[in-house]
Design a protein around this ligand. Structure first.
Ligand SMILES: [Zn+2]
Ligand SMILES: [Zn+2]
Length: 327
């Protein structure tokens, strides 16, 4: 057994007492010494956390008991309610022991934000058909007529994607409605949406259905589940993840592993993702080792080669530039 384990999971289920569930999950994570990001909303849970392998397993067992379900039920109907967090598809992967700097457990309006307001999609009502990784593998082998639409952001596509997939250049998941023009012509085709662990596709595939798409599927368990079963096959490169690992792969030493990322500076193949350290940017991009060394030697830190969002026009940005120019 590996020492540390990372869990990635979500569940769309109605939670009438999100604050109570939040406090209970926070206490559970503290009890088992887990770190990570947990989002609780009235539409469900979206969770990624890390801890010692046996502690993460104990966490799952405790979570499944869902003691506050009965109080949530009594608030509404005056009777008990069944546990809400059973039968969740857990994505387990090897941890590092420091994948997350802290524990953050928050109540939010949504577990993933499309910012659709009143037009928001409830995946319990409208969502694409779940396609198992084995079924997708078969579709690809049989050369079935279908289109893979990647619902992740552009910086995630950059380091890995399904061969031949359509990757609308989103900066944020909520850009999806604006990018519909790119896939509008697929309304009468078979479309499969993919994302990291599946949570975004629950809504994105439902959204496509509301927009008139007729044959919509979503990859069950997301790209991480496909990669685990078929490493270095149809999904090429590495999978961007929202924790300290930044990008993950299975058996990346295998000669079949294909590097699709390109250095933003010299275009050499690379999977080295770095942060822009310019004040006010927060950008992430691919930079090969030699360009990273060059940038660090020159300016003391890594920075975007183009489209840097650094603060340069605001008064704070100007002041900051002045301070920097003095030293
Ligand atoms: Zn380079
Ligand atoms: Zn930047």
């Amino acid at each position: 057994m590996k020492d540390y384990q990372i869990l990635l999971f979500y569940k769309y289920v109605h939670i009438s007492n999100p604050q109570e569930v939040r406090d209970w999950l926070f206490a559970l994570c503290q009890k088992f010494g887990l770190k990570g990001r947990l989002i609780v909303a009235s539409e469900g849970l979206n969770i990624t956390l890390e801890g010692k392998t046996e502690d993460t397993e104990s966490f799952i067992k405790e979570m499944e008991k869902d003691p506050s379900a009965s109080s949530a039920g009594s608030l509404q109907e005056g009777s008990g309610q069944a546990p809400r967090f059973l039968n969740i598809h857990m994505k387990r992967s090897e941890g590092t022991g420091n994948a997350f700097p802290r524990l953050s457990v928050k109540v939010r309006p949504e577990i993933v934000s499309l910012h659709l307001g009143v037009c928001d999609v409830d995946p319990n009502v409208t969502t694409g058909t779940h396609l198992k990784p084995e079924e997708l593998h078969e579709w690809i082998a049989q050369k079935k007529d279908f289109y893979i639409v990647d619902m992740r952001n552009a910086y995630e596509h950059a380091v890995g994607q399904f061969a031949g997939s359509i990757c609308p250049p989103m900066e944020n998941f909520r850009d999806l409605p604006k990018l519909m023009k790119m896939i509008d012509h697929l309304k009468d085709k078979t479309v499969l949406t993919v994302c990291t662990g599946g949570v975004r596709c629950e809504k994105a595939s439902g959204y496509l259905i509301t927009q008139g798409f007729k044959d919509v599927y979503q990859l069950d368990g997301g790209i991480v589940s496909y990669m685990e079963k078929y490493p270095n096959e149809d999904f090429e490169g590495k999978l961007y993840v929202f924790d300290g690992r930044v990008a993950m792969g299975f058996y990346t030493d295998d000669p079949k592993h294909k590097i699709i990322g390109k250095c933003a500076s010299c275009e050499a193949p690379s999977e080295n993702i770095v942060d822009c350290r310019e004040f006010g940017c927060n950008g992430q991009f691919i930079l090969c080792d030699s360009c990273e060394n060059k940038q660090t030697e020159k300016r003391g830190h890594t920075h975007c080669v183009k489209n840097c969002k650094k603060v340069h026009k605001s008064p704070i940005g100007k002041l900051w530039s002045k301070i920097k120019s003095i030293f």
